[in-house]
Design a protein around this ligand. Structure first.
Ligand code: SF4
Ligand code: SF4
Length: 226
């Protein structure tokens, strides 16, 4: 899932300074699961902002609404049938959601309320770990399900670098060395010989380094008759 964290309230208040009628928009998918922008956090943000406004003597109106997903036109179009009356929307979706809303409803202003940070999953309550950089050419089958592109500080395809100590990365002592983890798993599975295999350079043109990407699935496209 996409993991993000709500921007500090002071930053949000600064963004909203020129506006009086605000609608805070939650997203009930990733942003809700990472406890940053679901219905509950949307209501919480509205209360906090309202308290801040009271303290600062600012007059205005704050409403809330939560879409199931801000990143799909289907849900945006449904939302557009009864748009809240406001000057601006503060979106608590990820950057994908903010851009989908902006593209679909170009006459409206959507401001980002979250700092979208990474693709990952929760390790425990309140702790999320980054584990995929969406490189477009997955090699997890070669690395025992552990991504060295994301989890090795040097993104080494042929590791380890030789700097790890006690299983920790030399760059960040609080982080497990990805290649140590790969070694351990290969060892446990009786596949250590695979450490000897040299991986060729990755095709980075499939990653973001080749510019923004689009996936086209012809088998899923609707016939338009054109
Ligand atoms: S190899 Fe690429 S797609 Fe696979 S987990 Fe790592 S970054 Fe993500
Ligand atoms: S210590 Fe391990 S995780 Fe850190 S840079 Fe070297 S190989 Fe990568």
């Amino acid at each position: 899932m996409i993991v993000g964290k709500r921007k500090p309230l002071a930053e949000i208040a600064r963004m909203l300074e020129p506006f009086k009628k605000i609608c805070i928009l939650g997203c009930a998918t990733c942003a809700a699961v990472c406890l940053s922008g679901g219905e509950k956090e949307t209501a919480e943000t509205a209360s906090l902002l309202s308290l801040l406004w009271q303290k600062e003597g600012k007059e205005g109106e704050i409403t809330t609404h939560t879409l199931l997903r801000q990143c799909e036109y289907e849900y945006i179009d449904e939302f557009a049938k009864a748009l809240p009356d406001c000057d601006v929307f503060l979106s608590l979706a990820c950057g994908v959601g903010v851009q989908a809303m902006t593209t679909r409803l170009p006459d409206k202003i959507f401001l980002p309320g979250l700092n979208t940070t990474f693709l990952g999953y929760p390790l425990e309550q309140g702790v999320w770990a980054e584990n995929c950089l969406a490189c477009g050419n997955c090699i997890l089958h070669l690395t025992m399900g552990i991504c060295p592109i994301t989890r090795c500080a040097k993104s080494m395809l042929n590791g380890p670098c030789g700097g790890s100590q006690n299983g920790k990365c030399e760059v960040r002592q609080d982080v497990d060395c990805a290649w140590h983890l790969i070694y351990e798993r290969l060892s446990k599975m009786g596949e250590l010989a695979r450490m000897e295999a040299i991986q060729p350079p990755q095709d980075w043109s499939a990653s973001h380094h080749g510019g923004p990407r689009t996936i086209v699935r012809e088998d899923l496209r609707l016939e338009t008759g054109e």
